[in-house]
Unconditional design. Structure first.
Length: 293
């Protein structure tokens, strides 16, 4: 299954018998599916249909939906004559002629120019046809949107997998440095004891116990093992595809927690350098995962 980014743009156009509907979609990342629909008044009846069409094809993201409607039909409007109003003007002209003896030269074309005698009335829209065209245009738009989201998602996944691989490669290096850190601590502790106690013999048993305590307290084997597990789980979810954003976001949080623990335990400059690398890569992964559906 394809993995989608939540960022994209799509456009669809449907036409029939002089009617033209254009649907444009712009999406960005969001925790849930959030639809911001802007419809012409004539499509108020079809908002629920539009929402269901989008919900069937998009799982997550904030989507701005723009619908443009053009009516290019020759008979899109008809004229309505207010005969009662026209009769009042005709009667008034006749009364003026009779009363004052003037010529009644009121013609039909003059009556038609009188305000509100003739008005344009839009023909009733066929809701079935409009709904069908709207769904067609919306389907084209969301398919176009998903195509762009899939391409961006593919690029994001390649980069994420590369970064996870870099993290996996760094873990063996940290493991190699851990025994060195322990030996350095043993040596420094021994030197410090000798410095303070001078000629007094060092109690090797106490020294061993102290080093063992240090080893137990500052051992990072568990954290490294869990990081290996998290990276493997990350790769497995990516291979399964589909809506992986929330799952990967949780795993990245766990990876960040383990790297923080390693950083708090180590007192070796080389290990610290690797921890800085881990945290930097995990943060980059976290930012990119936020944009996956």
């Amino acid at each position: 299954m394809a993995i989608y980014s939540m960022t994209g743009y799509g456009k669809g156009i449907a036409e029939k018998d002089g009617l033209k509907i254009t649907v444009e979609l712009k999406s960005v990342n969001h925790r849930f599916l959030d639809l911001n629909i802007k419809l012409p008044k004539v499509f108020s009846f079809a908002e629920d249909t539009l929402r269901k069409t989008l919900q069937s094809k998009v799982g997550r993201g904030h989507i701005d939906v723009y619908v443009n409607y053009e009516d290019n039909r020759e008979d899109k409007c008809s004229l309505r004559i207010d005969y009662d109003l026209a009769k009042q003007y005709v009667d008034a002209a006749k009364q003026l002629s009779d009363k004052f003896g003037v010529v009644n030269n009121l013609y039909a074309n003059e009556i038609l120019r009188i305000p509100e005698v003739v008005t344009q009335v839009a023909n009733e829209e066929d809701e079935g046809t409009l709904s069908q065209l709207l769904v067609e245009a919306c389907t084209q738009a969301v398919d176009s949107l998903n195509k762009m989201r899939a391409l961006e998602g593919e690029a994001l996944i390649k980069d994420l997998v590369s970064k996870v691989e870099g993290i996996k490669n760094a873990l063996p290096e940290i493991q190699k440095l851990s025994p060195v850190t322990l030996d350095e601590y043993r040596q420094k502790l021994n030197e410090r004891i000798k410095e303070y106690l001078k000629e007094v013999p060092v109690d090797e048993v106490r020294l061993i116990n102290e080093v063992a305590f240090y080893s137990d307290k500052f051992c990072t084997d568990e954290e490294i093992t869990r990081l290996y597990t998290h990276t493997s789980h990350f790769e497995k979810i990516v291979k399964e595809g589909g809506a992986v954003g929330k799952k990967l976001d949780f795993i990245v949080q766990e990876m960040n927690r383990e790297s923080n623990t390693i950083g708090s335990k180590c007192n070796n400059a080389d290990i610290t350098e690797y921890v800085v690398f881990l945290k930097s890569e995990i943060e980059k992964i976290r930012e990119q995962v936020q944009n996956l559906e």
